[in-house]
Design a protein around this ligand. Structure first.
Ligand code: NAP
Length: 274
C-alpha cells in the first residue's frame, strides 16, 4: 500500500463532506496513520466519530489555528503520540460574511485580517511549529480554489486569500526544499461543503462548472482525495510548489463551449451545428 508506514496530521475536517475527509479516506485506504484536529469543543463531537472511523480515536486534538498556543500544544501532542510525521493536510479557510458579498472595496480591514490569518498565515505557522517533527521526504498539502487566480463572482476576499495562499505554497516549497520537504496545493473545483455554503450563488457555480468543464461534471471529494493522497505520497517525490488543478478541467477554458437556455436545453454549441 502506497501510504503504509506513513503518519500525518489532518487539519480541517468538519464532517464527511469535507475535502479533508476525502483526502484522509484515500490515505487510510493506502495504509496511513493519521491524527485529526477540531476547532473547538462544540465541534469535537463531529470530528471524533470520523477519527474513530479511521482508527485514530486516540489522536484527536484541539487546534484553532488563530491561536498560536493551540498550534504549539498540537506539536507537543503529536510528538508524544506519533513521534515523527510524514505529512500535513491543511484544509482550512475562513472569511467573515462581509468579505464574501457586496462591493469588493467595502471589505473591512478587520475582516481582511481575519481571512488572511486563518486561511493563509496558519499554513506558515503550522509548518514552522511542526517542522521539527517532520521526516525527510515529508509532504505538505493545502487547498485552494480558482478564485485565487481569476475573478469569480462573490468569492471576493477569499479570492485574495487564496492568491496569497498559492504564493505561500511556492515560497514554502523553495524554503523547505533544502530539507527534502515538499509543499503543494490542490485547486479543487467547487464542492458542496460547509465552507462552500458561505459563498453566494454557490449552486449556480456548481451548475456553471458542470456545464463548461471539459469533463462535463463536478469533482467529488473522493476524486480530490485520491489526488491529495498522490501528492502526500512518495509517488510525487519530485513535485513541489505546484498548484494542481483537480476541477474536471474547468481552469483550461477560455470561453464556454456550450450555452444552455433557461430550461437547460443546449442553445449554442461552438461546433457548427447550432
Ligand atoms: P469544510 O468542510 O467546511 O472545511 C473547512 C474547515 O476549516 C472546517 O473544518 C473548519 O472548521 C475549518 N476552520 C475554519 N476556521 C478554523 C480555525 N480558526 N481553526 C481551525 N480550523 C478552522 O469545507 P471544505 O470545502 O472542505 O474546505 C476545505 C478547504 O478547501 C478550504 O481551504 C476551502 O477554501 C478549500 N476549497 C473548497 C472548495 C469547495 O468548493 N468546497 C473548493 C476549493 C477549495 P469548522 O467547520 O469546525 O468551523
Amino acid at each position: 500500500m502506497i501510504m503504509q508506514g506513513k503518519k500525518g496530521v489532518v487539519l480541517g475536517i468538519a464532517n464527511n463532506k469535507s475535502i479533508a475527509y476525502g483526502i484522509a479516506k484515500a490515505c487510510k485506504e493506502q495504509g496511513a496513520t493519521m491524527a485529526f484536529t477540531y476547532l473547538n469543543d462544540s465541534l469535537k463531537k463531529r470530528v471524533e466519530p470520523i477519527a474513530k472511523e479511521f482508527g485514530s480515536q486516540d489522536f484527536v486534538y484541539p487546534c484553532d489555528v488563530s491561536n498560536p498556543d493551540e498550534i504549539k500544544a498540537l506539536k507537543v501532542s503529536l510528538e508524544r503520540d506519533l513521534g515523527q510525521i510524514d505529512f500535513i493536510v491543511h484544509s482550512i479557510a475562513f472569511a467573515p460574511k462581509d468579505g464574501l458579498t457586496g462591493r469588493f472595496y467595502d471589505i473591512p480591514k478587520s475582516s481582511f485580517n481575519i481571512a488572511m490569518d486563518i486561511s493563509v498565515y496558519s499554513l506558515i505557522e503550522v509548518v514552522r511549529e511542526l517542522k521539527p517533527l517532520m521526516s525527510s521526504n515529508a509532504s505538505i498539502l493545502t487547498l485552494t480554489y480558482y478564485g485565487g487566480a481569476k475573478y469569480i463572482p462573490n468569492y471576493n476576499l477569499m479570492g485574495v486569500a487564496k492568491a496569497a495562499l498559492e504564493m505561500t505554497t511556492k515560497y514554502l516549497a523553495e524554503d523547505l526544499g533544502k530539507d527534502g520537504i515538499r509543499v503543494n496545493a490542490i485547486s479543487a473545483g467547487p464542492i458542496k461543503t460547509l465552507a462552500a455554503a458561505g459563498i453566494g450563488e454557490f449552486r449556480f457555480m456548481l451548475k456553471w462548472n458542470e456545464a463548461h468543464a471539459p469533463l462535463k461534471k463536478n469533482v467529488t471529494t473522493s476524486e480530490v482525495g485520491n489526488s491529495g493522497m498522490y501528492l502526500l505520497s512518495d509517488l510525487s517525490l519530485a513535485v513541489t510548489g505546484e498548484i494542481h488543478y483537480v476541477d474536471c478541467g474547468y481552469n483550461i477554458m477560455g470561453m464556454p463551449a456550450t450555452i444552455f437556455d433557461e430550461n437547460g436545453k443546449q442553445k449554442i454549441a461552438w461546433n457548427g451545428d447550432n
